[in-house]
Design a protein around this ligand. Sequence first.
Ligand code: 3HC
Length: 282
Amino acid sequence: MVRIKKVSVLGSGVMGHGIAQISAMAGYHVTIRDIDQAFLDKAMDKIKWSLSKMVEKGKIASSDMQSILSRITTTVSLKDAVVDADLIIEAIPEDMRLKKDTFSELDRLADPRTIFASNTSTLPITEIATATSREDRFIGIHFFNPPQLMQLVEVIPGAKTSKDTVSIALEYVKSLSKEPILCRKDVAGFIVNRIFIPLVHEAAWEMLEDKASMRAIDAAFKFKLGFPMGIFELADYTGLDVIYKASKEMLARDSKVLNPCPLIEDLYSKGFYGQKTGKGVL
Ligand code: 3HC
């Protein structure tokens, strides 16, 4: 079985930089790849901010910060990103064509033993894997935002993923001090989004049709159902753009998976994405 020493992360956005950071914190050598050096510089700033926060909260020693940072390198070259990589985790935009093209190029560049993982939140793992000649060494490893603080990680084998690859992915997640859950079927939304995305739509219907106030619904989630945030607060935090696109993708895979509320499309079309744009449901 491959022993993971070096992890490469494709994409330096919210998920990519977080996955890179927690991998470096667990002792792995990490390369982050993005298409523009400015994105990578921004990602490194976010990692430094996050690590400083952890030092401030006593979660890591200040002496660890420098060694964690020294294990992270950045590159704009896909060819350089794959060198010596045992595991490559893709966290690029949620577009099937883009993901397939990227994995197909990676397949030509990377060592045949390298394991490929996608952090997709809804796209079918089995289908993305077909862009490669290593469907047995292809798997979904789905982190949650912010990866630095969220304990749960979904591991999703595709139809041809080998048992070895599943074991390696589970071990890798555990080595990050995270809790993996195995998604036994490559279904729309996997385990978490299969529940979370329809919940956002149901809450939106409740507000739109049943005249419940946003405040009352959020209070119910936070103070009765025990969520760390109200459902609309969480939708704004996750991004209405992410939720809208995930909804569309899930519906394309299974028309009965959720009852789409027009409020979500309306907010998306107005560019009200939540925290990232300053306006969302709230
Ligand atoms: N790194 C380090 N520290 C961070 C951080 C990061 N990336 N992000 C925030 N923090 C800090 C905050 O600044 C804060 O510090 P402060 O006290 O000095 O201000 C500290 O962490 C803790 O923040 P809170 O006091 O708000 O602590 P909470 O106990 O509320 O925890 C939370 C924050 C973990 C985000 C919690 O609110 C939570 O679990 N929310 C739900 C998040 C969630 O469900 N995410 C999943 C979204 S769905 C998804 O990602 C899937 C996709 O496929 C759609």
